[in-house]
Design a protein around this ligand. Sequence first.
Ligand SMILES: Cc1cc2nc3c(=O)[nH]c(=O)nc-3n(C[C@H](O)[C@H](O)[C@H](O)COP(=O)(O)O)c2cc1C
Length: 321
Amino acid sequence: MKVMLAPMEGVVDHLMRDMLTQVGGFDICVTEFIRIVDQRLPHKTFYRYCPELHQGSKTPAGVPVRIQLLGQHPQWLAENAQVAVELGSPGVDLNFGCPAKTVNKSKGGAVLLKETQTLYDIVKAVREAVPADLPVTAKIRLGFEDKTLAVDNACAIAEAGATELVVHARTKTEGYKPPAYWEWIAKIKAKTSLPVIANGEIWNSQDAKQCQQQSGCEDLMLGRGALAMPNLANAIKSGATPMRWDEVADLLIRYSGYEIYGDKGRYYPNRIKQWCGYLRRQYPQAGVLFEDIRRLNHAQDIVKILASQSSQDRVCYTNPP
Ligand SMILES: Cc1cc2nc3c(=O)[nH]c(=O)nc-3n(C[C@H](O)[C@H](O)[C@H](O)COP(=O)(O)O)c2cc1C
């Protein structure tokens, strides 16, 4: 089975991809969406979203990273897709699921799920622009307000030549509220031969199994669940037990290493607080940590608190020199 790390704007950037792919279990990552309006973006934009392009578009752990584009104009999307693959992206993913109002107002993301023909036109144009040996993939929700077009949209994307399809099993209106309607993915799969990857509301191995059964998909994409339990992909693939909290604390400290040396100021304090929000679902300790660090704005102060919770510290403590 293949497990993909979901694109998450403002959350899963190259540093998070690095962390999570080091933990393991992921076969491919997708970048945060790059918004395409009416021009060919400069190379530096692609490198900003996907610094991995400098290393063959792979994370340091060797996991491929595919660039995701979002927009409404087939031609501009096609031109930028061409740039993405020229710079080394192993294919291009198209975002047809973003619920953000600003994005939808300019006719990008989930709003396109109302326009089956536009989906077809975009995928076709991008498919023609990207060499045939590289995948053009799409990520959809089940619809905008309702699910009436779910199957038609998937079929249009398949007919236009997409290589595979990720389905986040909810409509735009359903947002991120449980449940995810995995059985709807099975309806899509029944009508198209396109390989389909199931996504939405997978938080543990049990969810993964249920999702696979109900959707009929072997392959899965994990978003928030991978942040809540960093070794979720391995738990699903090989039955690994959830990471202990002290191991998570180690991971959070390692994450700080990037920032302290990368000189990004507030980045680490902000992101670590954000990550606590996801982690607290699996680890009550993350809620306590959040309270302890919420007013701290320097990485070093946060690391001091984390150090008292990490396994490294425990090893030192139990084995004094
Ligand atoms: C904060 C956040 C940012 C997201 N950004 C993107 C994005 O850039 N592109 C995309 O296709 N989906 C994006 N998504 C949707 C996720 O990729 C995924 O489909 C969704 O979270 C459901 O999966 P999950 O239940 O495993 O989290 C985002 C979701 C969240 C919560």
